[in-house]
Design a protein around this ligand. Structure first.
Ligand SMILES: [Fe+2]
Ligand SMILES: [Fe+2]
Length: 475
């Protein structure tokens, strides 16, 4: 019997699975202890940055900043989750991820999270704290053993892709705000000094300087739940146009419904404004909760931007022609507790699943012959499926039953006072009906036939239809 000899090794195949060369792997790397200690500091910074962004986006008036904060908060929530998972792979519980940080590092984080306005928040986060976090990720990537600690290096390499994106657009935001009013340079120097006193984000630089005294963080800062908007939202109490009553009326043609879809999507700015308040005011939850809720918050911000883009594609000058209100987030954030807000969100999102819902909106987009609107509604629908799962996992699971979870949402939504008449009496809005002008403008530019019955539509939210209650907003 003859034995086939094993094949000769093929020269030129990648060694060590492509991680590094043999020579590179012969140098020792960091210990598990040292790596875990550094990761915990990176974790503390990413978590604080996430918290700062989420807690500010509601009261931040600039629309672009609300969207940017939502995006960056999600990326940072994912980074925090990845670091927590990696520490959990290397250590037995308790992992000590909630332990107090180095006091000087904590001071740097507190100063930025207590920044008095968006200008200082962006300067502190995007020109000091997050560049230092990125640098610390780079240093750990360089110091970690490429073979022994390949998983940590993999995590950091991907984290730095996100951080590069965050820094590029964050710096752009900080520069734009600084061009309007300069941030306090002395304070920025103090934040840098606090970081230096901590030996940098990762603590490896040695403590060459003394920590500064707290400045902004010397005064406690409360979460501001009142949504604010910039001048593109000049009539935020206006509830003159009931988009759902128009969209669900099958006697109206599909084309003008595209305008209402764009409006409904853009109006979703108020969902991140509201969800941020749930996250901030529901402390002590597992990170999985924060991560999932932040993901949904970011999805809702994307839905708002889909509305912005759909208006752009239709050539609509929305700040001039459309009145996007904030009455939903204002009412929920200031009138009911965080759990009830989550209940309302779940109740509304459940209403979006059946016939009156996301499929219907997608069908409108198809019928109107808009591939862009169809794309947006397709993904809006898919996101809603994810949101239903998130609601089940984190809200329904805390309730006695699914039925009770829905009833609680219905009750809480009914309790929120939308005082249509009082806002008018108090001079907050006239509830001017902006629909006819928007419709006429679109007909003129897009060549739609002007249908007088469509133009005459003027159902306001003062005449809420009971059958549309669960879809009278977009979760
Ligand atoms: Fe949404
Ligand atoms: Fe949603």
């Amino acid at each position: 019997m003859s034995v086939t000899p094993p094949p000769a090794p093929v020269p030129g195949l990648p060694v060590l699975a492509g991680l590094c060369t043999i020579a590179q792997a012969t140098a020792p790397g960091l210990s598990v202890d040292a790596t875990v200690a550094r990761l915990k500091r990176l974790h503390g910074v990413a978590r604080a940055a996430h918290g700062a962004l989420v807690s500010r986006l509601t009261a931040e008036p600039q629309y672009e900043l609300k969207m940017l904060y939502s995006h960056h908060a999600w990326l940072l929530a994912e980074l925090v989750a990845a670091i927590r998972a990696r520490v959990g792979e290397m250590r037995e519980p308790p992992l000590g991820l909630e332990d107090p940080l180095d006091p000087a590092l904590q001071l740097a984080l507190d100063e930025v999270t207590h920044a008095p306005d968006g200008t200082h928040l962006c300067a502190g986060l995007y020109t000091v704290l997050l560049p230092a976090l990125d640098e610390a990720c780079g240093a750990l990537h360089a110091d970690a053993h490429p073979l022994a600690d390949a998983p940590t290096r993999h995590l950091l390499r991907h984290a730095r892709l996100d951080l590069a994106d965050i820094l590029m657009h964050g710096r752009q935001a900080a520069d734009a705000l600084a061009a309007v009013s300069s941030p306090d340079a002395t304070w920025l120097g103090e934040v840098r000094q606090a970081l230096a006193a901590a030996g940098g984000v990762d603590g490896t630089a040695g403590e060459a300087v003394a920590a500064p005294s707290p400045r902004f963080s010397a005064t406690p800062r409360r979460f501001d739940p009142v949504p604010r908007r910039d001048a593109r939202f000049p009539d935020p109490y206006n509830m003159a146009v009931n988009a759902e009553a128009f969209i669900y009326d099958t006697s109206f043609p599909p084309e003008p419904k595209l305008l209402m879809l764009a409006y409904k999507r853009l109006r979703e700015i108020d969902v991140p404004e509201m969800m941020a308040s749930i996250i901030v005011e529901t402390p002590g939850k597992p990170w999985g909760y924060v991560r999932d809720m932040t993901r949904q918050l970011w999805d809702e911000a994307r839905h708002a931007m889909m509305g912005e883009v759909l208006f752009a594609a239709l050539g609509v000058d929305w700040p001039a022609l459309v009145r996007v209100n904030f009455t939903w987030s204002l009412g929920l954030n200031t009138q009911i507790g965080a759990l009830d807000r989550h209940a309302v969100l779940y109740f509304i999102e459940q209403g979006l699943m059946p016939r009156h819902g996301k499929r219907y909106e997608w069908e409108i987009a198809q019928a109107a012959g808009s591939p862009l609107a169809a794309t947006f509604q397709d993904y809006d629908w898919a996101d809603e499926v994810l949101h239903a799962r998130i609601g089940k996992q984190w809200y329904v699971a805390a309730m006695p039953s699914q039925q009770e979870a829905l009833r609680a949402g219905d009750r809480a939504w009914s309790r929120v006072l939308m005082d249509w008449g009082a806002w008018k009496r108090d001079g907050l809005t006239n509830h001017d009906n902006w629909w006819p002008a928007l419709y006429a403008d679109a007909c003129r530019r897009l060549g739609w036939p002007h249908d007088p019955r469509v133009a005459a539509f003027d159902t306001s939210y003062a005449e809420q239809r009971a059958d549309l209650k669960s879809v009278s907003h977009s979760g």
